[in-house]
Each structure stands twice: as structure tokens, then as C-alpha cells.
Design a protein around this ligand. Structure first.
Ligand code: GLC
Length: 581
């Protein structure tokens, strides 16, 4: 890890001395030549000199809520295929589909009972194949959500494992005797609440589950389990996936000493206890999985749900030799919930300067987290703030994750409304996170163009006004703004592959940075998190810059500011080019 920090320090020193950033033009994790090309993605692989994921925009789809193709009220794979033209027009590079595998749905697909199948709710393997073909025609890649840490308690592996203490699959899960007092082996708690152990009456032993009891942890120390899971990865790569979103990576390895937690209520949060996360065995598994993934053509990628407490821990997830996770999600940035330029600057500068130039990952919303329109909105300027947070992620160097509906400013459904909605066959369990999983707003009609049937979760009333059909031709809509930002990432050299240079504004309410390109076409981005006009004095620009050249994109619409001292509008975004060098 040390050499990364030293690397970035050296880079920063030379950056300051030369008045130019050296970060991130290329990614050390990409150094490996790709193997001989074959299969579906051969063309892409041959033409791709830089791995596609280094500046990819990856769009997260919660298939249950995106598009229903058969009127049963539940979104499905065919529905995703139907919407590919929209996604192409939006300009995304890849789709991350949350689990669509057979599952008893204790945790909506994150309890997998067959890793290589498609749940009938979502379609068939043939539908997956068609999605791959159609996405490929449009240059869109697909990432499968690989749930590594646990399976469903209904998975045949677990059924075998629990059947007897000497079953060959016993060791594929984590079994322990209870304590002498008949209690659970340790006092550890599950991330979802309650004990992390469940007693199985069949053999009298306890099994470990860091999530729900219906999600028993897999034992990655077992070589048979490892190979079986690597085969799962091979299965999807052969079947056209361009990589994986890796679920819950911090919990892959267990601390075998199984010590009691002396202070269960204190210290780090339950999802980051020293004994339940980031343990050394995790790195070995991720390295092995990386080798499997790297043996396929077309630069398939591993996008990790890699929650960490510090930037140094995040750096370690890439691997000491950049041989583990290509794209660990940055929860230090993504976990921010206050609209505060100084915190955004701190976390983005860290991600850009303290990871040794490796590809950072930016996002705010997801199927687990509140939608950013609701997180950051002040109740009056939410749409403008949505544009601000879009620019905050999409102007960064690195890979960006969008969550379906973010691009039209979808917000959360209120808890009160959601509570009125019954649990039933289509919604087997109520979950707080359902408020950020409501159906996509395609149109203003009943059902919002999502389904012709009764949707599994209610369509929000605001869909009548806030929908794709309405926003697609409106010049100032949030959707048009997202399209413009995505376009910027494709056509402007500074945003296509430019490095990142931190800037100072002399004002904690305005965060600014520069993207510098080797072609000398540099650009600055200014983002104000204040409800009032704010005065800035820009410093740190490449040497000799006395003013901006042209406004490329701004919201609210802004004239070219004069000099380097000027006023930024409330919640304003200014993206401007610098004079050519
Ligand atoms: C990840 C998923 C989340 C799920 C959990 C358990 O955090 O993103 O939705 O509940 O893993 O699988």
C-alpha cells in the first residue's frame, strides 16, 4: 500500500511544480495484455487499447422495477432489452443488473438459490442471451451481480451442508458448536440485526450469517466451494457478461478465532467490525477471482461493493499489485449525505490523489441507498441540486455509477405511503430500501409505462409530471442535463481521458477542479453547494492561466466569468474550457 501513497505524493509534487496534473492518464491495473480474443466481445477487445471500464458510466438497474414486459407487475430481462435504445441514447457504457437469479426473495435476489439460472419472475436464460445480443449491437456491456459472501438457505449446497456433520458440503458454510452455556458461539451481530448465528436443530450446531439467517455465509477457505464459485463466474463470462458487480466483498473471509466482541455496541459500526470485515483471506479470493476474470477477452471488470473506513483501506482493495478489484466502490465519497462542498472536495481529492492514479469510482444512489434527489434536496431547489450532484460525479476522472431514474430526478417514495402498500405474493417482504426501488417513470400514464398490470411496488404520484417522455425533449430537463454530461465525457478530451487537478476557490461552499488533457484542452468545473451567490478566487490552475475561455455547460445558464475572481450562482454548476495551451 505504501508505494501507492508514495507514488501519488510524487505525482502531486510534480503536479504542483509543473502546474499540471499527472494523475490518472493511464491506470496501472490495466497494464496486463488481454488474452487472445474469441467469442461475443472479440471486436470490442481488439479495438480497445484502454480498458473500457476506466472511464465507464455504469447504469444500475434493479430489474424488478425497471420495465415489465409481460404485465405481471414485476420488471424482467425482456423489459431491459426493450429499453436498450433509451439507454444507448442516454449514453451509458454498461448496465449492472442486480440479481435476477432464482431466489426465495428473503432479500430480493441477494439470497441466491441457483447461481447460474434466471428466476422465472425475470425470464429465462434465453432472455438473458437475447439481452446480451441486443446490448452488444448497441455497444452496451452487462455486469452480473455476483453474490460471493452467502447463498440462500434454500440453495442445494446449503441443504446438503446442513443435512449432517459429515456431509461433504458441511465445510462449504461456517458451522460452529454453541458456547458451553448453550448460547451462540460469539456475541456478534448481523448487519441486518439480531445474532449473526442461527442454531440448526438438525445437527445442533450454529451457522454464521452476517446478513439474514436466510443468507448463510459461504466458507471460502474450502477449495471445493472456491472452484464452484469461480465456475459460476466463468459461466456468466462465457454467456456474454462483461464482468461483475461483487456483492459485499468485505465479508468474504471470517476471523477463525471467533473471539467475543468485548464492546458490541461501541467501536466501529456493525458492518465494519475488525473481526467481521476486511480480513486477510479476502484478498486471496479476490486475487484468484481476478485471474479468472482476466483470462477472458474484452477487459471484463470487477466492480466491488467494497465498503471501507479509510482511503488507505480502499487502496488495499485494488490489491498490493493492482491485481484484485478493478473498481472498488468508494463509499467514503458515496456515503456523504450532506450537501457540503468542502466534504465533496476532501473525498474527491483523496480519491483522485491518494489511490496512486488507479481508477476511482463515484456514485451516490443505489438500491441500498437513498436516491440523491431526496438525500441532497432542500425541498425547494431539488432539481437544480440534482443537476449539481450529477456534475459532481460525472465530471470526475474515473468510473461513474448511475442508478435508474436518477437521470430524471426520481426521489424516494415516502415511508408513510409505502407503509400503506401491502406485502403479498409480488412483495414477499417489506424493506426500508423499497422506498428507493419504486418503478421507473417512463410516461405520465397510470403504471408510468412500467407495467400494464398491478406493479409490485406503487408507482409514485409524481410520475405523472416527472417522467422520461416529458423530459426527453425539454432542453432544461434533468434528463437533458445528464445526456449533455455523458456526451461531454465522450467528446471533450479533458473529460474523456483527462487527469484531475485539485483547485482552490477560497470559499468552502464552492468545490472546483480542473481536468487536464494531453492535447492541452483543459477544463474547469465549479460546483456551489450554497443557497446564495458565492464569490470565488480560483487558484491552482495550470501556470499562466488568467481567465476561462468558454462556458461549455452551466446551470443555471451563466455568462463567461471574467478573470479568476467571480460569483457563482446558488447551487450553480459552471463547466468551462481554459485557453488552449
Ligand atoms: C449488498 C447488497 C444488498 C444486500 C446485501 C446482502 O449490500 O447491495 O442489497 O441486502 O448485500 O446480500
Amino acid at each position: 500500500m505504501k508505494h501507492h501513497r508514495l507514488g501519488s505524493l510524487l505525482c502531486l509534487v510534480s503536479t504542483l511544480a509543473l502546474g499540471q496534473a499527472c494523475l490518472g492518464a493511464s491506470d496501472p491495473t490495466a497494464a496486463k495484455p488481454s488474452p487472445a480474443t474469441h467469442g461475443e466481445h472479440a471486436t470490442k477487445a481488439k479495438s480497445a487499447s484502454t480498458p473500457w471500464w476506466q472511464q465507464a458510466v455504469i447504469y444500475e438497474i434493479y430489474p424488478r422495477s425497471f420495465q415489465d414486459s409481460n404485465g405481471d407487475g414485476i420488471g424482467d430481462l425482456r423489459g431491459v432489452t426493450q429499453r436498450l435504445d433509451y439507454l444507448k441514447e442516454l449514453g451509458v457504457d454498461a448496465l449492472w443488473l442486480t440479481p435476477f437469479f432464482p431466489s426465495p426473495n428473503a432479500d430480493f435476489g441477494y439470497d441466491v438459490s441457483d447461481y447460474t439460472g434466471v428466476s422465472p419472475e425475470y425470464g429465462t436464460l434465453a432472455d438473458w442471451d437475447e439481452l446480451v445480443r441486443e446490448a452488444d449491437k448497441r455497444g452496451i456491456r452487462l455486469l452480473v451481480d455476483l453474490v460471493l459472501n452467502h447463498s440462500s438457505s434454500e440453495h442445494p449446497w446449503f441443504k446438503e451442508s446442513r443435512s449432517s456433520k459429515d456431509n461433504p458440503k458441511r465445510d462449504w458454510y461456517v458451522w460452529r458448536d454453541g458456547g458451553p452455556d448453550g448460547k451462540a458461539p460469539t456475541n456478534w451481530t448481523s448487519i441486518f440485526g439480531g445474532s449473526a448465528w442461527k442454531k440448526d436443530e438438525l445437527t445442533g450446531q450454529y451457522y454464521y450469517h452476517i446478513f439474514l439467517p436466510e443468507q448463510p455465509d459461504l466458507n471460502w477457505k474450502n477449495p471445493g466451494l472456491r472452484q464452484a464459485m469461480y465456475d459460476v463466474a466463468r459461466f456468466w463470462l462465457k454467456r456474454g457478461a462483461s464482468g461483475f458487480r461483487l456483492d459485499a466483498t468485505p465479508y468474504i473471509a471470517e476471523d477463525e478465532s471467533f473471539q467475543q466482541d468485548p464492546d458490541p455496541a461501541g467501536g466501529r459500526p456493525v458492518w465494519l467490525k475488525p473481526y467481521n470485515s476486511g480480513l486477510p483471506g479476502t484478498n486471496e479470493v479476490l486475487r484468484e477471482l481476478r485471474q479468472v476474470v482476466d483470462s477472458f477477452p474484452g477487459h471484463p471488470v470487477m466492480l466491488g461493493e467494497s465498503t471501507t473506513a479509510t482511503i488507505e483501506d480502499l487502496d488495499a482493495v485494488y490489491g498490493k499489485n493492482n491485481d484484485e478489484v478493478h473498481l472498488p466502490m468508494n463509499f467514503l465519497f458515496g456515503g456523504l449525505t450532506r450537501l457540503d462542498a468542502a466534504s465533496f472536495k476532501k473525498q474527491a481529492d483523496d480519491a483522485q490523489t491518494k489511490l496512486g492514479g488507479k481508477t476511482p469510482v463515484f456514485f451516490f444512489s443505489s438500491h441500498d441507498r437513498w436516491r440523491q434527489w431526496s438525500t441532497f434536496g432542500d425541498g425547494r431547489n431539488n432539481d437544480q441540486i440534482a443537476k449539481l450532484t450529477a456534475a459532481l460525479t460525472l465530471c470526475q476522472r474515473g468510473a461513474i455509477l448511475l442508478y435508474y431514474g436518477e437521470e430524471i430526478g426520481m426521489g424516494n417514495m415516502s415511508d408513510a405511503l409505502l407503509k400503506q402498500f401491502p406485502v403479498g405474493p409480488k412483495r414477499p417482504r417489506a424493506d426500508d430500501r423499497d422506498r428507493n426501488r419504486t418503478p421507473m417513470h417512463w410516461t405520465g400514464e397510470p403504471g408510468a409505462g412500467f407495467s400494464t398490470g398491478e406493479p409490485w411496488l406503487p408507482v409514485q404520484a409524481e410520475a405523472r409530471e416527472r417522467n422520461v417522455a416529458r423530459q426527453k425533449d425539454e432542453k432544461d430537463s434533468i434528463l437533458s442535463w445528464y445526456r449533455s454530461l455523458l456526451q461531454l465525457r465522450r467528446v471533450e478530451p479533458a473529460f474523456r481521458n483527462g487527469a484531475y487537478l485539485p483547485l482552490e476557490t477560497g470559499n468552502p461552499n464552492v468545490y472546483a477542479f480542473c481536468r487536464t488533457s494531453t492535447e492541452g484542452k483543459n477544463a474547469v468545473v465549479l460546483l456551489s453547494t450554497s443557497a446564495s451567490p458565492e464569490q470565488v478566487q480560483l487558484t491552482g490552475l495550470p501556470g499562466g492561466t488568467t481567465g476561462l475561455d468558454k462556458v461549455i455547460l452551466s446551470s443555471p445558464a451563466t455568462e463567461l466569468p471574467k478573470g479568476l475572481s467571480f460569483t457563482v450562482a446558488p447551487y450553480g454548476v459552471v463547466i468551462a474550457s481554459l485557453p488552449a495551451r
